[in-house]
Design a protein around this ligand. Sequence first.
Ligand code: F6P
Length: 344
Amino acid sequence: MANKPKRIGILTAGGDCPGLNAAIRGVGKTAIINYGMEVYGFVSGYTGLIHKEYTQLKENQLSGILTLGGTILGTSREKPFKISKNDGNINKPELIKKNYEEMGLDCLVCIGGNGTMKTAAKIGALGLNVIGIPKTIDNDVWGTDITFGFDSAVAIATEAMDRLHTTANSHQRAMVIEVMGHDAGWIALYSGMAGGGDVILIPEIEYNVRSVCKKIEERFNEKKSYSIVVVAEGIKVPKDKKPASYIAECIETYTGVEARETRLGYVQRGGSPTAMDRILATRYGAYAAEIIAKEEFGQMVALRNSALTTIPLTEVEGKLNLVTNDDPLVRKCRNMGVSFGDEF
Ligand code: F6P
């Protein structure tokens, strides 16, 4: 008798990002076409897994979603292993195990960022088969050189900066642009380099307002009529202040240069993925299906030195990929006169 086809579940969890559908499609198409597996998509991340809300994904349903932003499955920030007063007597980990077993799943693919990988590792510890796929615009997942979503966010932030250059020039202003990234400065660093930022402030490098203002004054004295200041959302600012507003306020107060702020916000997470993100997400998805076929569970797929690889989820759990002061991009920027707000 032929072997029963493998049944896999897929979910997308945490903040959305461009490329999620490309990853779902990569896993699903490879699993169905190449391995004859059955694929089930859970609705709204771990919430769907807890409440057994799912739909079977047929191959034809995976067509036409490659370029779509967001996630056809929906997402949530549900953390099933965090005990909450509102949960009453519901034991979410128990429900997850029960649902997985009742559905006869052979593996669960969890597409998400740090929180999602942490939960996936815990699901693995329940004795269930899991595979993680790293996504986030923040690029802060440990164990991989890059997450999908990041390239799209950098492209969006860079485009915004290109537009700020012309209006900053017309008005001789300092333009402060705040980008996302959570506790990591990757989006600020990359879009700052691509968008010609004169000052880049990231959470990993402690800045001083006086140093930022000195840079702005120097530029004006050098007849550079405007400045672009890129600020990561995670930098330290006084309580009740928003990073971009605070830095713009300081520039106006201490230099007399007119300053304006722009908070890019959720546009960085929306819309169609870049070609690079489509490729990365597809590669991660397809590779996840290959790993499942080989029954190598408990792993996160990753990219290291341009090659696909895996890393145990237990090693990823609880760690962050952050920018270091000696990152090659930081050094290149510094050598070209870009300020990180720590020079005197
Ligand atoms: O992790 C992605 C991200 O967009 C961060 O850059 C940001 O800090 C956070 O999510 C915003 O989260 P939420 O969607 O819960 O507002």
